[in-house]
Design a protein around this ligand. Structure first.
Ligand code: PEP
Ligand code: CO
Length: 460
């Protein structure tokens, strides 16, 4: 509650409503054959309970404000695209385990509390580079994420089906419910990091280093509790928040609500929606929708973003310069970041805009191999992230977070890393239906690299 009061009250622009986006160009939306069926589903969705609460949303906003000030570090991660079939107990708990382990590495090495935000419990809509896809002379609509249609290349699967909106809401609620139950039940208790071990990583080259760190944290905890003469309560529970790309605006609108004793509107399908790079046009529907909600929002920015355009985007999304409200997630690519990022940092800094800077080292480093497989090289991911720290330091700004596509499964989707995955490994366990994800080892390795880069010690 304390945190809420510290936020300067601002007001919703009077020309905004949850549906005012409909008057703007809305790119990346599916075409539904039957508007009546869509309207019926949206009416049902509008009656269903929200997935998060306004106080959780506002509390995350203040945590993000602290990250912008250098008092926390944001770890945002999860699948590129969640799938309905992956809403299972092992997949959800493994993803949580990786995030918890990474945040342990980061807290220990950076000496900073970590803001954990999952790309899950709603990450079901995907922007695509084309509307349709052709195979053997047959052309069908593209797969746009499980909230819209199915990945199988058949006409019935690729039809945009409004009933999927209800299923996405239900799957998100189940995911959230399970994550909340795990966390409340002590799964994230720092006294028991062994709960987070993933069976397949025992023989990992990074395992010994990680174990040493866990032991050292256990020692510190016992020491502090001996001094205090009692268990330290805060370590038994950690915060976990959710995020997804606010792409499918009908869905987002249906879950945009007002709550008693709060002014304004909240998107209650997630704590932290973000605008993807393809939908960040200043006069577009996505910016229009996001400017009116009180959630913290993110925006992806890429190499084509120009400083003046970025400043106008910031004005639209955070006119009151409220700290924690806006996270700029840059995703440039290892080869382009050195040229593309500095002018943006300089412009935002000179204009005195309060933003949290976050690096997504995934989406500017996607490549297709000769075999047609989409992959990312660990070296490029690492390279972009390391450069990002240096570029911010040189510009007098602060990199306050990282945005990753990762999974707790033993997948082989990105090349390189501790086990040096090669092209021939990719066939073994490539499961993503959209972008390639870091597996457990690659994720932990990246967390250790962040710590080294920031001058911390991952294993004392
Ligand atoms: C994504 O985060 O999966 C995505 C599509 O990213 P971007 O908008 O940065 O391309
Ligand atoms: Co992606």
């Amino acid at each position: 509650m304390q945190r809420e009061r510290s936020v300067t009250p601002v007001q919703v622009a009077d020309d905004w409503t949850p549906s005012s986006w409909r008057a703007r160009p809305a790119v990346q939306q599916p075409t539904y054959e039957d508007p009546g069926e869509l309207a019926e589903v949206l009416a049902q969705l509008g009656e269903l309970p929200p997935l998060v609460t306004s106080w959780e949303i506002l509390s995350l906003k203040s945590l993000l404000a602290e990250a912008a000030d250098g008092r926390r570090f944001l770890l945002q991660g999860g699948d590129c695209a969640e799938s309905f079939d992956d809403c299972t107990s092992p997949l959800i708990s493994n993803r949580l385990k990786v995030m918890l382990q990474m945040s342990l590495v980061l807290t220990h090495g950076l000496r900073l509390p970590i803001v954990r935000v999952g790309r899950f419990a709603g990450q079901y809509a995907k922007p695509r580079s084309a509307d349709s896809e052709s195979r053997d002379g047959i052309s069908l609509p593209c797969y746009r994420g499980d909230i819209v249609n199915g990945p199988a290349f058949t006409a019935s699967s690729r039809r945009a089906d409004p009933r999927r909106l209800l299923k996405a809401h239900a799957r998100s609620a189940m995911t959230m419910n399970f994550v909340r139950a795990l966390i409340d039940g002590g799964f994230a208790d720092l006294h028991h990091p062994e709960y987070w071990d993933l069976a397949w990583v025992e023989h990992s080259p990074l395992h010994a280093e990680y174990r040493r760190m866990v032991e050292s944290i256990g020692d510190s905890l016992r020491f502090m509790e001996t001094l205090a003469g009692r268990p330290v309560g805060e370590f038994q529970r950690v915060d976990f928040h959710t995020s997804h790309e606010a792409l499918l605006l009908h869905y987002e609108e249906s879950l945009t609500r007002q709550v008693p004793r709060q002014w304004g509107w909240f998107n209650m399908s997630t704590h932290f929606p973000w605008i993807g790079m393809r939908t960040a046009a200043l006069d577009g529907a996505h910016v229009e929708y996001c400017r009116g909600i009180r959630n913290p929002v993110g925006v992806k920015i890429g190499t084509s973003t120009k400083p003046d355009q970025l400043l106008r985007l910031i004005d639209a999304l955070n006119p009151d310069n409220e700290s924690g409200r806006l996270t700029l997630i840059h995703r440039m690519g290892a080869r382009q970041i050195a040229e593309a990022l500095p002018p943006l940092l300089a412009a935002v800094r000179a204009a005195g805009r309060k933003v949290l800077w976050c690096c997504d080292p995934m989406h500017g480093n996607t490549e297709s191999l000769g075999s047609g497989i989409k992959t990312r090289r660990f070296e490029n991911i690492r390279g972009e992230l390391e450069q990002a720290f240096d570029i911010h330091a040189a510009a007098g700004t602060r990199l306050g977070g990282v945005h990753l596509e990762l999974t707790g499964e033993n997948v082989t989707e990105c090349l390189g890393g501790a086990r040096d995955l090669t092209e021939s490994d990719l066939n073994r366990a490539y499961r993503s239906s959209v972008d390639p994800r870091l597996n457990y080892e690659q994720s932990i390795e990246l967390a250790m690299l962040i710590v080294r880069k920031r001058g911390g010690s991952p294993a004392t």
